[in-house]
Ligand binder design. Structure first.
Ligand code: PLP
Length: 626
C-alpha cells in the first residue's frame, strides 16, 4: 500500500486486504466499515460476460462524496454561526452518463443537492431526472431563446431554475423571453474575477477569461434590469476560478473578491440571496497534500470553513444578509467513484536474449570485440566511461551494418552485448555514492513495457491530452514484492498511447513497480479516481469503443450487487459511429467469398466458416478478447 501511496490518495475509500488485493471501503448506515476486493468484483463481472477492460462505478462512493460535501458545509455553517444554508449542484458536464446523474439525484435528495446545466441537452436531462423542487438547477453556458423558454416553462412547474448571464447579449434575450412568457425569471450573473489561481485549469480566472462579465458590463446589466423593472429578478452571483484549484489561499481570495461584488449588487438594489462559487474543489490525485497541480493543500472541512468565514468576514462588515451558498463541485463529487480495470497482454524487456551461435571469437569484427571488452571491464569506478564506450561501439556496429560490413547475426550480437552492459551498469548504480548525470535516466530507459488491454484515448483522455496523473496500481499480488518496473503502453498503435507518469511514495515516478506476469493468471491493474471528465471526452482512436461498465452497490452486510451494467461497444457499433453500414460491409465481404467459391479457391463449407468468423467479429468487443 505504501509503495503505491494507496492510503495517501485513497481518501479512506481504498485499501489493501490480507490477500494483497485492493479493496473498496465503504461505511454503512450504522457506521460500520465494509470492504470488498476489486478482484472479486472483476471476477464476477467477467463471469457475467462483462470482461476487461471494465469501467467500475462504485455507487456507494458517489453517495459518500455527496454526503461528505453537504455534511462538511453543514458543520462549517453551524460552527461559524452562518445565517443561511448550503445548496450544492453537480455540473452535468463532469460526468453526463445517465446512470451517474440518476444516482447523484437519488443520493442528493436528502440534501437538496441540485444540478448545473451548461447546454440545452444538459437542461433537458436535469429537468427530467431531478424530481425535487427544493433542489436548484443552475443554467450556465450560452443560452438561446429555446434554452431560456424551456427553463421559464419549467419554472411554472415549480422548478427552481436560475439563468446565469455569461455574456452581455444574454441579458436582452432573458428579458425578452421573460416578458413574452410573463414569468419572473431567477437571474444570476457570472463575474470575471481579477484573482488568478494556480493549477492547470486556471484559464477561467483573470481578466482574459472567456466567460463572465467585467465590472463595466455588470453595471450596464444592472441598469438594463432596473429599466425593465426587473432588479428583483437578479438574485445570484456566480464565479468559477477554474477546476482543480490546488491552493486554499486562491479559494479564499476568490470568495473575498466575489463578496465585494455581491455586497455592491445588494447596494444597487438587486434582490440577491444566492452566492455561487462554481467548481474548483480539488482532488488529491497524488496524495501529496500540497499545492502541486495534481493535489491540494486543504481538506474538505478546511475548504468549507474558509468559504463560510470569508463570506461572513466581508458581508458582515457591510451589513449584508448571508446568502445561500452554492458550489458546483464536479470533480470532487465523482472522481472517486470510477475505476478502470484492465489486464496486461504482453511485455517487452530490455534485456539480452538467448541467441544461438553468437559467442564471439577472435575472427569477429574488431568493433564487436571492442564492445565485448567494454562490457567485460565494467566496474563501479568506471560506469560512465564504460557506458560511453559500449554506446559508441554499438553505434559503430549499427553503422557497419548499414554499409553491409557486418551481418544481421553480428548486429544482433552487438545489441545483445550492449543490453548486457547497460543492465550490468544499472545494477551497479545502487553501489555508487553519486550517479553520473547521464546515467540517471538509465533505469527508465531499461524499464519494461507492459502492454495494456485498453485505450488511453478512449478511457483516460486527460492523461494524453493534458498530462493529468491518475493513481495506477496492480489490484492484486500486493503481498508479493514487485520485481519489475515498467511503463504502460495501450493497444492503440499510437506512440502517445502510453502512460509513463505514476504516483507512488513520492509525487511522481517515471516507472511503475510491477510483478512479472504468470503464465496462467491475468495481471490486472486499476486506474483510480477517474470519475470526472474522462468518459465523454474519450474518443474512438483506432476504433476502440466504450468499455464494459458495471455499477456496484455494496450493502450493509458486506455483500454487493451489480446494480447496473452496460456492455461496451461492439465493432458494428463503432463502425456505424463513423458512418459505415455493418450490413453493407457484410454484403461486400459475402460477395468476395462467393466469388472465391465460384473460382474454386474455397469450398462452400469454408465460405460458411469464413462468414461466421466475420459476423462473430462484427458483433464482438473492440478490445482484446481471450
Ligand atoms: N462550474 C463551471 C462553470 C465549470 O466550468 C466547471 C468546470 O470547470 C465546474 C463547475 C466544475 O469544476 P470542478 O470539476 O473543478 O468542481
Amino acid at each position: 500500500a505504501e509503495l503505491y501511496g494507496i492510503r495517501n490518495w485513497g481518501a479512506g475509500y481504498f485499501d489493501l486486504n490480507e490477500a494483497g488485493e485492493i479493496t473498496v471501503r465503504v461505511e454503512t448506515a450504522s457506521g460500520e466499515i465494509r470492504s470488498v476486493s476489486l478482484m472479486d468484483i472483476a471476477r464476477g463481472a467477467t463471469e457475467r460476460g462483462l470482461g476487461l477492460p471494465l469501467l467500475l462505478r462504485i455507487e456507494n462512493l458517489l453517495d459518500a462524496q455527496i454526503a461528505r460535501i453537504n455534511q462538511s458545509f453543514a458543520r462549517a455553517i453551524e460552527s461559524c454561526g452562518y445565517g443561511n444554508v448550503f445548496r450544492g449542484v453537480f455540473p452535468i458536464k463532469v460526468n453526463q452518463q445517465c446512470q451517474v446523474i440518476e444516482e447523484i439525484a437519488k443520493a442528493g435528495r436528502r440534501f437538496n443537492h441540485g444540478l448545473e446545466a451548461g447546454s440545452k441537452a444538459e437542461l433537458i436531462a436535469a429537468l427530467s431526472i431531478l424530481d425535487n423542487t427544493e433542489s436548484l438547477i443552475i443554467c450556465n453556458g450560452y443560452k438561446d431563446e429555446e434554452f431560456i423558454n424551456l427553463g421559464l416553462q419549467a419554472q411554472r412547474l415549480g422548478v427552481q431554475i436560475f439563468f446565469v448571464v455569461e455574456t452581455p447579449s444574454e441579458v436582452d434575450t432573458i428579458i425578452r423571453c421573460a416578458e413574452r412568457e410573463q414569468v419572473r425569471p431567477n437571474i444570476g450573473v457570472r463575474v470575471k474575477l481579477a484573482s488568478k489561481v494556480g493549477g492547470y485549469w486556471n484559464a477561467t480566472s483573470g481578466d482574459r477569461s472567456i466567460f463572465g462579465l467585467g465590472s463595466n458590463d455588470l453595471i450596464a446589466m444592472v441598469d438594463q434590469l432596473r429599466h425593465h423593472d426587473m432588479l428583483d429578478c437578479l438574485k445570484l452571483l456566480h464565479y468559477h476560478l477554474g477546476s482543480q484549484v490546488p491552493n486554499i489561499r486562491d479559494i479564499r481570495t476568490g470568495v473575498l473578491e466575489a463578496c465585494r461584488y455581491y455586497a455592491d449588487l445588494v447596494e444597487e438594489g438587486a434582490a440577491m440571496g444566492y452566492l455561487d462559487l462554481g467548481g474548483g474543489l480539488a482532488v488529491d490525485y497524488d496524495g501529496s497534500k500540497t499545492n502541486y497541480t495534481h493535489s491540494k493543500n486543504y481538506s474538505l472541512d478546511e475548504y468549507c470553513v474558509d468559504v463560510v468565514e470569508a463570506i461572513m468576514g466581508t458581508l458582515d462588515s457591510e451589513g449584508v444578509a448571508h446568502p445561500v451558498i452554492i458550489t458546483e463541485s464536479g470533480r470532487a463529487t465523482v472522481a472517486y467513484s470510477s475505476v478502470l480495470l484492465f489486464d496486461i497482454l504482453d511485455t517487452t524487456r530490455f534485456e539480452p536474449v538467448e541467441l544461438e551461435q553468437t559467442a564471439l571469437s577472435d575472427g569477429d569484427h574488431p568493433m564487436l570485440m571492442n564492445l565485448l571488452d567494454a562490457v567485460n571491464n565494467i566496474t563501479p569506478k568506471n560506469l560512465q566511461e564504460s557506458y560511453n564506450d559500449a554506446l559508441y561501439y554499438r553505434d559503430e556496429v549499427r553503422a557497419l551494418y548499414l554499409h553491409g560490413q557486418v551481418s544481421l547475426r553480428e548486429r544482433a550480437s552487438a545489441e545483445n552485448l550492449f543490453l548486457q552492459g547497460a543492465q550490468k551498469i544499472r545494477a551497479l548504480l545502487d553501489e555508487v555514492d553519486e550517479v553520473p548525470v547521464d546515467l540517471q535516466a538509465l533505469p527508465e530507459v531499461l524499464s519494461d513495457i507492459y502492454y495494456a488491454n485498453m485505450s488511453v484515448f478512449q478511457s483516460l483522455p486527460d492523461m494524453w491530452a493534458i498530462d493529468q496523473v491518475f493513481p495506477l496500481v496492480p489490484i492484486h499480488r500486493l503481498n508479493e514484492a514487485p520485481t519489475r518496473s515498467a511503463i504502460i503502453a495501450d493497444i492503440t498503435c499510437d506512440c502517445d498511447g502510453k502512460i509513463d507518469r505514476f504516483i507512488g511514495r513520492q509525487k511522481e515516478h517515471k516507472t511503475l513497480p510491477v510483478h512479472a506476469l504468470k503464465e496462467s493468471e491475468d495481471y490486472i491493474l486499476g486506474t483510480f479516481l477517474i470519475g470526472a471528465y474522462q468518459e465523454t471526452l474519450g474518443d474512438l482512436h483506432n476504433l476502440f469503443g466504450d468499455t464494459n461498465v458495471v455499477s456496484v452497490r455494496i450493502h450493509d452486510d458486506g455483500s454487493f450487487d451489480y446494480s447496473r451494467e452496460i456492455h461496451g461497444d461492439s465493432i458494428a457499433d463503432v463502425l456505424s459511429y463513423v458512418e459505415y453500414q455493418p450490413q453493407a460491409l457484410f454484403e461486400s465481404f459475402r460477395k468476395l467469398a462467393e466469388k472465391a467459391v465460384k473460382s474454386g479457391k474455397i469450398t462452400p463449407q469454408q465460405r460458411k466458416q469464413i462468414l461466421h468468423t466475420y459476423t462473430a467479429s462484427m458483433s464482438g468487443y473492440t478490445y482484446f478478447e481471450k
